[in-house]
Design a protein around this ligand. Sequence first.
Ligand SMILES: Cc1ncc(COP(=O)(O)O)c(C=O)c1O
Length: 466
Amino acid sequence: MAALTFAELATSCIGLAREVPVFGGGRRRYVNLDNAATTPALRQVRDAVDGFLEMYSSVHRGTGYKSLVSTEAFERCRLRVLQFVGAEKNGATAIFGKNTTEMVNKLSRRFGLGRDDVVLLSDAEHHSNDLPWRKVARVVRIPVDHRGAMDLDQIETELHRAHGRAKVVAVCGASNVTGYQPPIHAIARLAHAHGAKVFADCAQLAPHRAVNVRSEDDPEHLDFVAFSAHKMYAPYGVGVLVGPKRFFDQGDPDHVGGGMVEMVTPDRTFWSPSPDRDEPGTPNLLGAVALARAIACLTEVGFDAIADHERRLTAYALKRLAEVPGLVLYGDTAPVAGEDRIGVIPFNLAGRHHALLAAALAWEGGIGVRHGCFCAHPFIAHLLHVQPAEAEKTIDRILASDRSGIAGLVRMSFGIFNTEAEIDWAVEVLTELSRRGPQGRYRLVPAWGEYEAEDCPVEIDPGLGI
Ligand SMILES: Cc1ncc(COP(=O)(O)O)c(C=O)c1O
Protein backbone atom coordinates (compact mmCIF):
# COMPACT_ATOMS: atom_id res chain seq x y z
CA MET A 1 0.00 0.00 0.00
CA ALA A 2 1.23 3.50 -0.81
CA ALA A 3 2.51 5.43 2.17
CA LEU A 4 0.14 7.85 3.81
CA THR A 5 0.77 11.38 2.57
CA PHE A 6 0.67 14.52 4.65
CA ALA A 7 -2.37 15.78 2.73
CA GLU A 8 -4.25 12.51 3.37
CA LEU A 9 -3.45 12.64 7.06
CA ALA A 10 -4.41 16.29 7.36
CA THR A 11 -7.84 15.62 5.89
CA SER A 12 -8.30 12.54 8.06
CA CYS A 13 -9.05 14.63 11.14
CA ILE A 14 -12.64 14.05 12.20
CA GLY A 15 -15.11 16.91 12.19
CA LEU A 16 -13.32 19.36 9.91
CA ALA A 17 -16.49 20.12 7.97
CA ARG A 18 -18.67 20.62 11.03
CA GLU A 19 -20.64 23.85 11.12
CA VAL A 20 -21.46 25.73 14.30
CA PRO A 21 -24.01 28.45 15.06
CA VAL A 22 -22.72 32.01 14.73
CA PHE A 23 -23.92 35.54 15.36
CA GLY A 24 -26.69 36.64 13.00
CA GLY A 25 -28.50 33.31 12.98
CA GLY A 26 -26.37 31.41 10.46
CA ARG A 27 -23.85 28.61 10.72
CA ARG A 28 -20.18 28.47 9.72
CA ARG A 29 -17.60 25.77 9.36
CA TYR A 30 -15.76 25.61 12.67
CA VAL A 31 -12.18 26.84 12.57
CA ASN A 32 -10.21 25.03 15.23
CA LEU A 33 -7.20 27.08 16.28
CA ASP A 34 -6.95 25.53 19.74
CA ASN A 35 -4.78 22.49 19.07
CA ALA A 36 -2.29 23.18 21.84
CA ALA A 37 -5.11 22.30 24.21
CA THR A 38 -6.53 19.26 22.40
CA THR A 39 -6.49 18.09 18.80
CA PRO A 40 -9.34 16.40 16.95
CA ALA A 41 -9.14 12.64 16.45
CA LEU A 42 -7.79 10.97 13.34
CA ARG A 43 -10.17 8.73 11.42
CA GLN A 44 -7.44 6.06 11.43
CA VAL A 45 -7.39 6.24 15.23
CA ARG A 46 -11.15 5.90 15.53
CA ASP A 47 -11.13 3.00 13.06
CA ALA A 48 -8.36 1.22 14.96
CA VAL A 49 -10.25 1.57 18.25
CA ASP A 50 -13.58 0.54 16.71
CA GLY A 51 -12.00 -2.45 14.98
CA PHE A 52 -10.15 -3.54 18.08
CA LEU A 53 -13.32 -3.55 20.19
CA GLU A 54 -14.17 -6.96 18.67
CA MET A 55 -11.19 -8.39 20.51
CA TYR A 56 -11.24 -6.05 23.50
CA SER A 57 -10.93 -7.86 26.81
CA SER A 58 -9.01 -7.85 30.08
CA VAL A 59 -5.27 -7.40 29.94
CA HIS A 60 -2.53 -9.25 31.80
CA ARG A 61 -4.55 -11.58 34.00
CA GLY A 62 -7.03 -13.18 31.63
CA THR A 63 -6.35 -16.57 30.04
CA GLY A 64 -9.02 -16.42 27.31
CA TYR A 65 -7.90 -15.85 23.74
CA LYS A 66 -9.26 -12.29 23.67
CA SER A 67 -7.33 -11.54 26.83
CA LEU A 68 -4.17 -12.86 25.22
CA VAL A 69 -4.76 -10.64 22.19
CA SER A 70 -5.53 -7.65 24.40
CA THR A 71 -2.40 -8.19 26.47
CA GLU A 72 -0.30 -8.51 23.32
CA ALA A 73 -1.90 -5.34 21.91
CA PHE A 74 -1.16 -3.40 25.10
CA GLU A 75 2.50 -4.46 25.11
CA ARG A 76 2.86 -3.65 21.41
CA CYS A 77 1.49 -0.17 22.11
CA ARG A 78 4.13 0.22 24.80
CA LEU A 79 6.85 -0.80 22.36
CA ARG A 80 5.47 1.64 19.79
CA VAL A 81 5.76 4.47 22.30
CA LEU A 82 9.34 3.50 23.15
CA GLN A 83 10.28 3.39 19.46
CA PHE A 84 8.57 6.74 18.89
CA VAL A 85 10.96 8.49 21.29
CA GLY A 86 13.99 6.38 20.32
CA ALA A 87 14.12 4.64 23.71
CA GLU A 88 13.51 1.01 22.77
CA LYS A 89 17.18 0.06 23.10
CA ASN A 90 17.81 2.11 26.23
CA GLY A 91 16.53 -0.27 28.87
CA ALA A 92 13.63 2.13 29.13
CA THR A 93 10.03 1.52 29.96
CA ALA A 94 6.86 3.37 29.00
CA ILE A 95 4.22 3.77 31.69
CA PHE A 96 0.66 4.45 30.65
CA GLY A 97 -1.50 6.82 32.65
CA LYS A 98 -4.12 9.47 32.09
CA ASN A 99 -2.23 12.47 30.76
CA THR A 100 1.01 14.42 31.11
CA THR A 101 -0.14 15.98 34.38
CA GLU A 102 -0.57 12.60 36.03
CA MET A 103 2.76 11.44 34.64
CA VAL A 104 4.68 14.42 36.06
CA ASN A 105 2.99 13.90 39.42
CA LYS A 106 4.05 10.27 39.32
CA LEU A 107 7.62 11.06 38.34
CA SER A 108 8.02 13.76 40.99
CA ARG A 109 6.83 11.38 43.71
CA ARG A 110 8.85 8.44 42.44
CA PHE A 111 12.12 10.37 42.77
CA GLY A 112 11.90 10.14 46.54
CA LEU A 113 13.18 13.72 46.94
CA GLY A 114 13.42 15.67 50.18
CA ARG A 115 13.14 19.35 51.04
CA ASP A 116 16.90 19.84 50.65
CA ASP A 117 16.83 18.50 47.12
CA VAL A 118 16.64 21.00 44.33
CA VAL A 119 14.60 20.84 41.14
CA LEU A 120 15.42 23.46 38.53
CA LEU A 121 12.57 24.73 36.40
CA SER A 122 12.24 27.40 33.79
CA ASP A 123 9.89 30.24 34.66
CA ALA A 124 7.87 29.38 31.55
CA GLU A 125 6.63 25.94 32.57
CA HIS A 126 3.04 24.77 32.39
CA HIS A 127 1.67 24.28 35.92
CA SER A 128 1.78 20.54 35.30
CA ASN A 129 5.57 20.73 35.15
CA ASP A 130 5.82 23.09 38.10
CA LEU A 131 3.32 22.35 40.88
CA PRO A 132 4.13 18.60 41.23
CA TRP A 133 7.80 19.47 41.83
CA ARG A 134 6.91 22.13 44.38
CA LYS A 135 5.22 19.44 46.46
CA VAL A 136 8.30 17.25 46.76
CA ALA A 137 11.42 19.43 46.64
CA ARG A 138 12.89 22.91 46.73
CA VAL A 139 12.18 24.43 43.36
CA VAL A 140 14.61 26.94 41.88
CA ARG A 141 13.14 28.91 39.00
CA ILE A 142 15.32 30.09 36.14
CA PRO A 143 14.19 33.40 34.63
CA VAL A 144 13.16 33.47 30.97
CA ASP A 145 12.96 36.08 28.24
CA HIS A 146 9.88 37.02 26.19
CA ARG A 147 10.02 33.72 24.28
CA GLY A 148 10.44 31.55 27.36
CA ALA A 149 14.17 31.07 26.74
CA MET A 150 16.53 30.59 29.67
CA ASP A 151 20.13 31.74 29.72
CA LEU A 152 22.13 28.49 29.81
CA ASP A 153 24.81 30.18 31.95
CA GLN A 154 22.17 30.81 34.56
CA ILE A 155 21.23 27.13 34.63
CA GLU A 156 24.91 26.32 35.11
CA THR A 157 25.17 28.89 37.94
CA GLU A 158 22.18 27.38 39.75
CA LEU A 159 23.52 23.87 39.29
CA HIS A 160 26.80 24.98 40.91
CA ARG A 161 24.98 26.79 43.68
CA ALA A 162 23.02 23.63 44.54
CA HIS A 163 26.27 21.81 45.49
CA GLY A 164 25.18 18.44 44.19
CA ARG A 165 21.63 18.77 45.58
CA ALA A 166 20.16 19.54 42.15
CA LYS A 167 18.46 16.25 41.33
CA VAL A 168 16.26 17.18 38.40
CA VAL A 169 16.10 19.80 35.68
CA ALA A 170 12.51 19.86 34.42
CA VAL A 171 11.81 21.76 31.23
CA CYS A 172 9.23 21.71 28.47
CA GLY A 173 10.09 20.53 24.99
CA ALA A 174 8.00 23.38 23.61
CA SER A 175 6.14 26.18 25.38
CA ASN A 176 2.36 26.06 25.33
CA VAL A 177 2.35 29.88 25.56
CA THR A 178 4.82 31.02 22.88
CA GLY A 179 5.68 27.79 21.05
CA TYR A 180 9.38 28.31 21.85
CA GLN A 181 11.44 25.11 21.89
CA PRO A 182 14.16 25.23 24.55
CA PRO A 183 17.42 23.46 23.60
CA ILE A 184 16.56 20.45 25.73
CA HIS A 185 19.61 18.43 24.73
CA ALA A 186 22.06 21.23 25.58
CA ILE A 187 20.22 21.65 28.89
CA ALA A 188 20.57 17.90 29.47
CA ARG A 189 24.33 18.12 28.96
CA LEU A 190 24.57 20.79 31.68
CA ALA A 191 22.33 18.86 34.05
CA HIS A 192 24.25 15.62 33.61
CA ALA A 193 27.59 17.34 34.20
CA HIS A 194 26.24 18.19 37.67
CA GLY A 195 24.71 14.79 38.36
CA ALA A 196 21.11 15.91 37.80
CA LYS A 197 18.54 14.06 35.69
CA VAL A 198 16.49 15.71 32.97
CA PHE A 199 12.77 15.55 32.51
CA ALA A 200 11.39 16.96 29.25
CA ASP A 201 7.67 17.72 29.31
CA CYS A 202 6.90 16.88 25.70
CA ALA A 203 3.14 17.52 25.84
CA GLN A 204 3.54 20.25 23.22
CA LEU A 205 6.58 18.96 21.38
CA ALA A 206 5.53 15.38 20.63
CA PRO A 207 2.62 16.25 18.28
CA HIS A 208 4.83 18.57 16.22
CA ARG A 209 8.44 17.39 16.15
CA ALA A 210 10.31 14.12 16.42
CA VAL A 211 11.33 13.44 20.02
CA ASN A 212 14.54 11.47 20.48
CA VAL A 213 15.71 10.75 24.02
CA ARG A 214 19.07 9.50 22.57
CA SER A 215 21.21 6.76 23.95
CA GLU A 216 22.09 6.82 27.63
CA ASP A 217 25.80 7.20 26.98
CA ASP A 218 25.15 10.46 25.12
CA PRO A 219 25.60 13.28 27.66
CA GLU A 220 22.71 15.07 25.93
CA HIS A 221 20.20 12.27 26.41
CA LEU A 222 16.85 12.90 28.07
CA ASP A 223 16.28 10.77 31.16
CA PHE A 224 12.50 11.09 31.25
CA VAL A 225 9.84 12.35 28.85
CA ALA A 226 6.06 12.50 29.07
CA PHE A 227 3.29 13.42 26.66
CA SER A 228 -0.48 13.18 26.14
CA ALA A 229 -2.41 11.37 23.43
CA HIS A 230 -5.23 13.93 23.34
CA LYS A 231 -2.83 16.48 21.86
CA MET A 232 -1.76 13.93 19.22
CA TYR A 233 -5.04 13.16 17.46
CA ALA A 234 -5.89 10.29 19.82
CA PRO A 235 -8.33 11.60 22.42
CA TYR A 236 -9.01 8.42 24.37
CA GLY A 237 -7.58 9.48 27.72
CA VAL A 238 -4.03 8.29 27.84
CA GLY A 239 -0.66 9.81 28.69
CA VAL A 240 2.79 8.21 28.87
CA LEU A 241 5.93 8.55 30.89
CA VAL A 242 9.15 7.09 29.48
CA GLY A 243 12.24 6.57 31.59
CA PRO A 244 14.79 3.97 32.67
CA LYS A 245 13.17 0.70 33.69
CA ARG A 246 15.70 0.29 36.51
CA PHE A 247 14.53 3.62 37.99
CA PHE A 248 10.90 2.51 38.06
CA ASP A 249 11.80 -1.01 39.25
CA GLN A 250 12.88 0.57 42.54
CA GLY A 251 11.07 2.42 45.27
CA ASP A 252 7.52 2.73 46.40
CA PRO A 253 4.84 3.20 43.77
CA ASP A 254 2.79 6.37 44.19
CA HIS A 255 -0.58 4.66 43.69
CA VAL A 256 -1.24 1.16 44.91
CA GLY A 257 -3.84 -1.52 44.31
CA GLY A 258 -4.40 -4.48 42.06
CA GLY A 259 -2.23 -5.63 39.19
CA MET A 260 1.07 -4.29 40.48
CA VAL A 261 2.14 -6.75 43.15
CA GLU A 262 3.95 -10.07 43.20
CA MET A 263 2.62 -11.13 46.57
CA VAL A 264 0.59 -9.63 49.38
CA THR A 265 0.21 -10.97 52.93
CA PRO A 266 -1.86 -9.28 55.63
CA ASP A 267 1.17 -7.23 56.60
CA ARG A 268 3.63 -7.37 53.69
CA THR A 269 3.63 -6.36 50.02
CA PHE A 270 6.07 -7.26 47.25
CA TRP A 271 5.78 -4.86 44.33
CA SER A 272 6.03 -6.04 40.73
CA PRO A 273 8.84 -4.74 38.56
CA SER A 274 8.20 -1.89 36.14
CA PRO A 275 6.04 -1.06 34.28
CA ASP A 276 3.36 -2.97 36.25
CA ARG A 277 4.53 -1.35 39.49
CA ASP A 278 3.36 2.00 38.16
CA GLU A 279 0.16 0.89 36.45
CA PRO A 280 -2.20 -0.09 39.26
CA GLY A 281 -5.72 -1.17 38.34
CA THR A 282 -7.03 -1.93 34.87
CA PRO A 283 -5.14 0.13 32.31
CA ASN A 284 -6.69 2.17 29.50
CA LEU A 285 -6.09 -0.33 26.72
CA LEU A 286 -8.18 1.53 24.15
CA GLY A 287 -6.33 4.74 24.97
CA ALA A 288 -3.03 2.95 24.36
CA VAL A 289 -4.32 1.52 21.05
CA ALA A 290 -5.43 5.00 19.99
CA LEU A 291 -2.10 6.58 20.86
CA ALA A 292 -0.09 3.85 19.13
CA ARG A 293 -2.20 4.19 15.97
CA ALA A 294 -1.78 7.96 15.99
CA ILE A 295 1.97 7.53 16.41
CA ALA A 296 2.02 5.09 13.49
CA CYS A 297 0.22 7.63 11.27
CA LEU A 298 2.35 10.61 12.30
CA THR A 299 5.52 8.58 11.84
CA GLU A 300 4.43 7.29 8.45
CA VAL A 301 3.84 10.82 7.19
CA GLY A 302 7.04 11.96 8.88
CA PHE A 303 7.79 14.85 11.18
CA ASP A 304 9.67 16.68 8.43
CA ALA A 305 6.43 17.10 6.50
CA ILE A 306 4.51 17.98 9.66
CA ALA A 307 7.11 20.56 10.72
CA ASP A 308 7.28 22.05 7.19
CA HIS A 309 3.55 22.60 7.04
CA GLU A 310 3.47 24.12 10.48
CA ARG A 311 6.45 26.41 9.94
CA ARG A 312 4.89 27.79 6.79
CA LEU A 313 1.58 28.32 8.54
CA THR A 314 3.20 29.98 11.56
CA ALA A 315 5.28 32.37 9.45
CA TYR A 316 2.17 33.23 7.41
CA ALA A 317 0.06 33.79 10.53
CA LEU A 318 2.69 36.01 12.15
CA LYS A 319 2.86 38.11 8.98
CA ARG A 320 -0.92 38.41 8.65
CA LEU A 321 -1.64 39.01 12.34
CA ALA A 322 0.83 41.92 12.37
CA GLU A 323 -1.50 43.62 9.83
CA VAL A 324 -4.43 43.71 12.29
CA PRO A 325 -4.69 47.22 13.76
CA GLY A 326 -3.93 47.21 17.48
CA LEU A 327 -2.92 43.56 17.62
CA VAL A 328 0.04 42.89 19.90
CA LEU A 329 1.99 39.70 19.37
CA TYR A 330 3.96 38.06 22.17
CA GLY A 331 6.89 35.67 22.10
CA ASP A 332 9.02 35.58 18.97
CA THR A 333 7.15 37.82 16.54
CA ALA A 334 9.50 37.51 13.52
CA PRO A 335 7.39 36.28 10.58
CA VAL A 336 9.86 33.60 9.57
CA ALA A 337 9.66 29.84 9.59
CA GLY A 338 11.75 29.53 12.77
CA GLU A 339 13.49 26.26 13.59
CA ASP A 340 12.97 26.65 17.31
CA ARG A 341 9.25 27.14 17.63
CA ILE A 342 6.06 25.23 17.11
CA GLY A 343 2.83 26.76 15.83
CA VAL A 344 1.56 28.49 18.95
CA ILE A 345 0.95 32.25 18.77
CA PRO A 346 -0.13 34.40 21.73
CA PHE A 347 -1.60 37.87 21.19
CA ASN A 348 -3.88 40.58 22.50
CA LEU A 349 -5.92 43.31 20.89
CA ALA A 350 -5.53 46.80 22.33
CA GLY A 351 -8.56 47.85 24.32
CA ARG A 352 -10.29 44.44 24.20
CA HIS A 353 -10.32 42.06 27.13
CA HIS A 354 -8.82 38.67 26.20
CA ALA A 355 -11.96 36.84 27.35
CA LEU A 356 -14.20 39.09 25.27
CA LEU A 357 -11.95 38.67 22.27
CA ALA A 358 -12.05 34.88 22.54
CA ALA A 359 -15.84 34.91 22.97
CA ALA A 360 -16.29 37.18 19.95
CA LEU A 361 -13.94 35.08 17.77
CA ALA A 362 -16.09 32.07 18.62
CA TRP A 363 -19.50 33.66 18.24
CA GLU A 364 -18.83 36.01 15.35
CA GLY A 365 -16.29 33.92 13.46
CA GLY A 366 -16.88 30.31 14.51
CA ILE A 367 -13.24 30.24 15.58
CA GLY A 368 -11.99 28.23 18.55
CA VAL A 369 -9.03 29.69 20.45
CA ARG A 370 -7.89 29.66 24.06
CA HIS A 371 -7.55 32.71 26.30
CA GLY A 372 -6.29 33.46 29.78
CA CYS A 373 -3.06 32.20 31.28
CA PHE A 374 -2.86 28.73 29.65
CA CYS A 375 -1.93 27.09 32.99
CA ALA A 376 1.28 29.11 33.06
CA HIS A 377 0.49 32.01 35.42
CA PRO A 378 4.10 32.95 36.26
CA PHE A 379 5.05 33.15 32.58
CA ILE A 380 1.99 35.20 31.63
CA ALA A 381 2.65 37.56 34.57
CA HIS A 382 6.19 37.94 33.23
CA LEU A 383 5.05 38.57 29.64
CA LEU A 384 2.45 41.12 30.74
CA HIS A 385 4.68 42.75 33.37
CA VAL A 386 2.15 42.10 36.12
CA GLN A 387 3.53 43.64 39.31
CA PRO A 388 3.29 41.72 42.60
CA ALA A 389 0.86 44.30 44.10
CA GLU A 390 -1.42 43.89 41.09
CA ALA A 391 -1.25 40.10 41.40
CA GLU A 392 -2.23 40.40 45.09
CA LYS A 393 -5.28 42.45 44.15
CA THR A 394 -6.27 39.85 41.58
CA ILE A 395 -5.96 37.11 44.20
CA ASP A 396 -8.26 39.08 46.54
CA ARG A 397 -10.83 39.42 43.77
CA ILE A 398 -10.63 35.72 42.92
CA LEU A 399 -11.13 34.85 46.58
CA ALA A 400 -14.28 36.97 46.35
CA SER A 401 -15.35 34.84 43.32
CA ASP A 402 -14.53 37.46 40.70
CA ARG A 403 -12.17 36.04 38.08
CA SER A 404 -12.67 38.81 35.56
CA GLY A 405 -9.49 40.71 36.44
CA ILE A 406 -6.95 38.04 35.56
CA ALA A 407 -4.43 39.33 33.07
CA GLY A 408 -4.19 37.09 30.05
CA LEU A 409 -3.70 36.58 26.35
CA VAL A 410 -5.41 34.90 23.44
CA ARG A 411 -3.65 31.96 21.82
CA MET A 412 -4.01 30.39 18.42
CA SER A 413 -2.31 27.05 17.91
CA PHE A 414 -2.09 24.92 14.80
CA GLY A 415 -2.62 21.29 13.96
CA ILE A 416 -1.87 19.31 10.81
CA PHE A 417 -5.23 20.22 9.24
CA ASN A 418 -5.12 24.02 9.54
CA THR A 419 -4.83 26.11 6.39
CA GLU A 420 -3.81 29.60 5.31
CA ALA A 421 -7.44 30.27 4.41
CA GLU A 422 -8.38 29.67 8.05
CA ILE A 423 -5.73 32.14 9.15
CA ASP A 424 -7.07 34.66 6.62
CA TRP A 425 -10.52 34.25 8.10
CA ALA A 426 -9.23 34.72 11.67
CA VAL A 427 -7.38 37.85 10.55
CA GLU A 428 -10.54 39.19 8.88
CA VAL A 429 -12.60 38.65 12.04
CA LEU A 430 -9.88 40.15 14.26
CA THR A 431 -9.64 43.18 11.96
CA GLU A 432 -13.38 43.72 12.25
CA LEU A 433 -13.20 43.33 16.02
CA SER A 434 -10.38 45.82 16.14
CA ARG A 435 -12.10 48.39 13.93
CA ARG A 436 -15.71 48.10 15.00
CA GLY A 437 -15.66 46.06 18.19
CA PRO A 438 -17.88 43.04 18.76
CA GLN A 439 -21.20 43.12 16.93
CA GLY A 440 -22.98 40.77 19.32
CA ARG A 441 -23.97 41.51 22.91
CA TYR A 442 -21.83 39.86 25.56
CA ARG A 443 -22.35 39.51 29.27
CA LEU A 444 -19.44 39.21 31.66
CA VAL A 445 -19.82 36.34 34.10
CA PRO A 446 -17.42 37.44 36.87
CA ALA A 447 -17.40 34.07 38.67
CA TRP A 448 -15.94 32.42 35.56
CA GLY A 449 -14.03 35.36 34.17
CA GLU A 450 -15.73 34.64 30.84
CA TYR A 451 -18.00 36.54 28.47
CA GLU A 452 -21.19 34.88 27.28
CA ALA A 453 -22.80 35.79 24.00
CA GLU A 454 -26.29 36.87 25.03
CA ASP A 455 -27.93 35.65 21.83
CA CYS A 456 -26.02 32.37 21.57
CA PRO A 457 -28.33 29.32 21.92
CA VAL A 458 -28.56 28.83 25.67
CA GLU A 459 -28.97 25.10 25.41
CA ILE A 460 -25.84 23.49 24.02
CA ASP A 461 -26.77 19.94 23.10
CA PRO A 462 -23.94 17.45 22.44
CA GLY A 463 -26.57 15.07 20.99
CA LEU A 464 -25.37 12.05 22.92
CA GLY A 465 -28.69 10.59 23.90
CA ILE A 466 -27.66 10.60 27.55
C1 LIG B 1 3.54 22.10 28.04
C2 LIG B 1 2.42 21.34 28.68
N1 LIG B 1 2.70 20.50 29.68
C3 LIG B 1 1.75 19.77 30.28
C4 LIG B 1 0.44 19.87 29.90
C5 LIG B 1 -0.58 19.06 30.60
O1 LIG B 1 -1.10 18.13 29.72
P1 LIG B 1 -2.41 17.30 30.13
O2 LIG B 1 -3.50 18.30 30.28
O3 LIG B 1 -2.61 16.36 29.02
O4 LIG B 1 -2.10 16.65 31.42
C6 LIG B 1 0.09 20.74 28.87
C7 LIG B 1 -1.31 20.89 28.45
O5 LIG B 1 -1.71 21.84 27.86
C8 LIG B 1 1.10 21.48 28.23
O6 LIG B 1 0.83 22.31 27.24
